[in-house]
Design a protein around this ligand. Structure first.
Ligand SMILES: Cc1cc2nc3c(=O)[nH]c(=O)nc-3n(C[C@H](O)[C@H](O)[C@H](O)COP(=O)(O)OP(=O)(O)OC[C@H]3O[C@@H](n4cnc5c(N)ncnc54)[C@H](O)[C@@H]3O)c2cc1C
Length: 451
């Protein structure tokens, strides 16, 4: 670090949920803190859009589940209530040209497919139990598990029926914004372990999609930021971080902006290289931990008309760009909002076409699944997280083969005066808001202890 008296005790880079949680804990412990955020808003991958006066739809992260205790505790402390995700009625499965309606969590599929899914779940969860979530690279047999893709495992007996494999592909495109070919098997196992199993990950009732936050998830960030006041500096992209054992000097390309004794870096791992950290941390974390690509699409109607047809709004489809749908209407049920996810290879393909063509294709999917009324919404919104410079993808990391074993140890281990936060550095619920909160808490505690 160039010589100089520190301006503050700690600098937090990134005002997403992780950075803001870290800043909150630091300030509460009496550590003078400044938060530098590149965007002109806080929240990072949390983003609300207004669809009617006082009513919003989330274009980024939104649901929380019953085992996501850190984010639930934070919402509670901030006075932000929750409400259950609408889940009544039949769900729809469109697979290989056949449409099935079903209630509950188990679709009406042939016994062979159901058995295949049950066996694959058992095998995946058994393998996942071997993964230490704090250090996936030290899993017994890590090199072999990390040396192959999830697709390879599925093809070579992991799932024997093409219907089961196709369902997993569609789910993967939303969970990771990636296809099974893109991802290391070890990463999929880590993710399962981190979430506590396949059901907690996939289910609405009792799972990660169980509840929503009143007024939208971005309120977590805006409320935290309001409490931090002018400690949060918006439109302050960081592009240089020089460090010594004494501390850090953080700059924006036009020279040193601020000096501090410690830094908490709370940007997604693949954006770390853009921070120009010098001396450079070992391991190619940015290269080895890329983000997936996910486009979130919302169609707004006067009312959730599908409810009157006995439909939950949930569908899984392999027919078009939209893989999964949900009813995302506000708590009072008006207006009606249908949500569709376009992820992985579908997001790469459909992300490149004109907005009007994509909208048409998404609404055609909605209309085929929920009836012709779905073709003419009052409003249509979408967010392609792959086009967001300061996110560079979403929802979270989709680690390719060899990523964890090559670069895993550098992901969360402090480096000189630099501590790492961000949902990808969490052991529990990595990739989710819950992981973001716990990572911020962990980084703040480490900084406080080191000071
Ligand atoms: C479409 C989508 C759906 C999702 N659904 C869910 C869900 O339902 N439930 C759930 O729990 N999670 C969900 N997630 C994931 C969830 O949103 C994230 O896990 C969480 O918001 C990550 O928080 P974070 O603070 O770790 O990172 P981020 O929110 O990415 O925050 C990082 C911050 O760093 C800033 N930054 C980046 N580079 C710089 C720089 N050079 N200088 C300064 N600042 C910089 C960014 O602008 C950003 O504000 C979803 C995400 C997406 C995209």
């Amino acid at each position: 670090m160039s010589s100089g008296v520190p301006d503050t005790d700690a600098i937090v880079v990134g005002a997403g949920l992780a950075g803001l949680t870290a800043a909150r804990d630091l300030v509460a412990a009496g550590v003078e803190t400044v938060v530098l955020e590149a965007r002109g808003r806080v929240g990072g991958r949390l983003l609300a859009a207004e669809i009617a006066p006082g009513k919003i739809v989330e274009l980024g992260g939104q649901w929380i589940g019953p085992t996501q205790r850190r984010v639930a505790a934070l919402a509670d402390e901030l006075g932000i209530g929750t409400f259950p995700t609408f889940d009544d009625g039949d769900s729809i499965l469109e697979l290989d040209g056949v449409t099935r309606h079903y209630s509950g969590t188990i679709p009406r599929l042939g016994p062979l497919v159901l058995l295949d899914i049950a066996q694959a779940r058992f095998r995946l969860e058994r393998l996942a139990r071997r993964v230490p979530p704090q250090a996936p690279w030290s899993t017994p047999g890590a090199a072999a598990l990390d040396g192959r893709t999830l697709a390879d495992w599925l093809e070579r007996g992991g799932m024997r029926t093409s219907a089961a494999r196709e369902m997993l592909r569609v789910a993967a495109r939303t969970i990771w914004g990636a296809d099974p070919e893109d991802m290391s098997l070890l990463h999929a196992l880590f993710y399962l372990r981190s979430a506590g199993g396949l059901d907690p990950l996939l289910d609405v009732e009792g799972g990660a999609q169980h509840s929503r936050l009143v007024g939208g998830s971005q309120r977590l960030a805006t409320t935290l930021a309001a409490d931090l006041g002018d400690r949060v500096k918006l439109s302050s992209p960081v592009s240089s971080v020089e460090w010594t054992s004494e501390g850090v000097a953080v700059g924006d390309g036009a020279g040193v902006a601020l000096r501090a004794r410690r830094a908490v870096i709370a940007v997604p791992p693949h954006l770390r290289d853009a921070l120009g950290i010098s001396p450079k941390p070992p391991g190619a974390v940015s290269d080895r931990f890329p983000a997936g690509r996910l486009i979130k699409c919302a169609a707004v109607y006067e009312e959730p008309f599908w409810r009157a047809q006995g439909l939950s709004g949930e569908a899984l489809s392999d027919a078009g760009p939209v893989g999964l749908t949900f009813d995302n209407s506000p708590p009072a049920g008006s207006p009606g909002v249908l949500l569709g996810f376009v992820g992985g290879a579908a997001a790469r393909r459909w992300g490149d076409v004109a907005v009007t063509d994509r909208r048409e294709a998404v609404l055609a999917d909605f209309a085929r699944i929920f009836g012709p009324r779905a073709a003419s919404p009052d409003d249509y919104l979408e967010q392609d997280w792959g086009l967001e410079r300061w996110s560079g993808g979403g929802p979270t990391f989709a680690v390719p083969p060899a990523g964890w074993t090559e670069a895993g140890p550098g992901l969360a281990t402090p480096f000189g005066p630099i501590h790492w936060a961000g949902t990808e550095t969490a052991a529990r619920w990595a990739g989710f808001m819950d992981g973001a909160v716990s990572s911020g808490e962990r980084a703040a505690a480490a900084v406080i202890a080191s000071l």
